[in-house]
Design a binder for this molecule. Structure first.
Ligand code: HAM
Length: 408
């Protein structure tokens, strides 16, 4: 097989249902972005490498992951924000009007080590608003991303949010981190040891336990100046007004160095280790650092391939309806299983009428359950669950870990 050409590792051939899902996602996104007043732009896939230096020289995307055209200072774009800012500054668009809203849909390229949800060519739906530092805009941009996911039927996601403060706040925090951690360098993971010199903020959101332990007392919130603190409070206030729930995540930093003030990620437990299906934030210094005036910006990007994974997950689970049955005395254990299934997005029911197991099984037929999970004395004693497949009239013993793969 190896003698014949194959797709490049970390790329995906889109065909059949994947094409339909791609179209469904982009149609919904276009409709919502236009509704909010965003104008579509189609920018080149090729850019000068220096466009992305402002993304942060010491971020992985720039240091190791850019696909460079051999012999030229040209790369395949790794992301859209710096590119939109390049376009904005090159065309001096602030002279036309003081506020601009753009969106783009297209492929991005990063030479990352491929794994589930982490590709070398993937697609962004991105939005960028340039010209305002108004905190309502931060909340609105998050609303647009979450409306797109909601309209697609993806509900089981979490919004994590933080503020990094302005460039000055970030600089103070950087210095403080260097001072605080210099004696503990040896105890950090090897990646964070390098980050300590170049990009210490990233240590704060390292996934390694030992690094988390070392930085656990450092709170970015303590480093925000008054005005950045107020800005962030207003953003949270407007999120409340827009009925968007959030998780304040004081260690959220994000991999791109241009961010200031608000940063956020939208994550799902169905995505595994690469759990963000979208992310974004403010970049109030980027326009200036690219040669334009002091104009603030904010935006987000959704990763289409990860949204596709979530849609597939949703379709999988929405097929099975589960009824959790129990023998007298085992209601509490059954509730544990019921809650576990519901948290995984599987519609599950239980008996509220203290009926016998036989009566519960009759009821499960009436409500058209696809599966019944039985919890009783034997199951609890021997640490298994009885799973009845009602369509196939099959019954088997499964562990809690196996349950999901049998049902989905
Ligand atoms: P990002 O977090 O690098 O942000 O990418 C946004 C989303 O793209 C991620 O949440 C993820 O869903 C998806 N994504 C990123 N890398 C990969 C990959 N290797 N394979 C598959 N999907 C991936 C940005 O790029 C910023 N430009 C977002 C932004 C816009 N900030 C402000 N405006």
């Amino acid at each position: 097989m190896k003698d014949f050409p194959q797709h490049v590792k970390g790329t995906i051939d889109f065909f059949s249902s994947r094409v339909s899902l791609f179209q469904e996602i982009t149609e919904v996104a276009r409709k919502i972005l236009k509704f909010f007043g965003y104008e579509e732009i189609i920018l080149p896939i090729l850019e000068e490498s220096r466009v992305f230096l402002k993304v942060g020289e010491f971020t992985d995307i720039i240091e190791k992951q850019m696909f460079k055209i051999e012999g030229r200072d040209i790369v395949l774009r790794p992301e859209g924000t710096a590119q939109v800012v390049r376009f904005f500054v090159e065309n001096k668009l602030w002279k036309e009007k003081e506020f601009h809203k753009f969106f783009y849909i297209g492929p991005m390229f990063r030479g990352e080590k491929p794994q589930r949800g982490r590709l070398r060519q993937f697609h962004h739906i991105g939005a960028e608003a340039l010209g305002s530092n108004f905190p309502f805009l931060d909340a609105e941009i998050i609303k647009i991303a979450s409306d797109i996911l909601k309209e697609l039927g993806i509900k089981d996601v979490k919004l994590k949010i933080n503020s990094l403060g302005c460039q000055q706040d970030k600089e103070i925090l950087r210095k403080r981190l260097k001072e605080k951690l210099k004696d503990k360098k040896e105890k950090l993971c090897s990646i964070c040891q390098k980050r300590l010199d170049k990009n210490p903020l990233r240590i704060l959101d390292c996934k390694e336990k030992r690094c988390q332990e070392i930085v656990k007392e450092i709170n970015i919130g303590d480093f925000l100046c008054n005005s950045c603190q107020k800005h962030f409070e207003k953003v949270l206030h407007y999120l409340d007004k827009l009925n968007i729930s959030y998780i304040y995540s004081p260690t959220l930093v994000r991999g791109l160095d241009y961010y200031t003030h608000t940063v956020f990620e939208i994550t799902s437990s169905h995505l595994g280790s690469q759990d963000a299906c979208g992310a974004g934030g403010r970049y109030n210094s980027l326009v200036k650092s690219m040669g334009g005036p002091d104009i603030p910006g904010i935006g987000f990007a959704l990763g289409i391939e990860r949204v596709i994974l979530l849609l597939k997950e949703k379709k999988k689970v929405s097929h099975s309806k589960v009824f959790v049955a129990y023998t007298p005395g085992y209601f509490d254990k059954a509730v544990e299983i019921l809650n576990f299934l519901r948290e995984k997005g599987i519609p599950s029911q239980i008996n509220y009428l203290e009926k016998s197991l036989k009566a519960q099984l009759r009821f499960s037929h009436k409500i058209g359950a696809d599966f019944v999970v039985i919890v009783g004395e034997e199951e609890v004693k021997n640490n298994f669950l009885t799973l009845k497949n009602m369509k196939k009239s099959l019954q088997e013993r499964v562990s809690r870990e196996e349950l999901l793969s049998k049902i989905c």
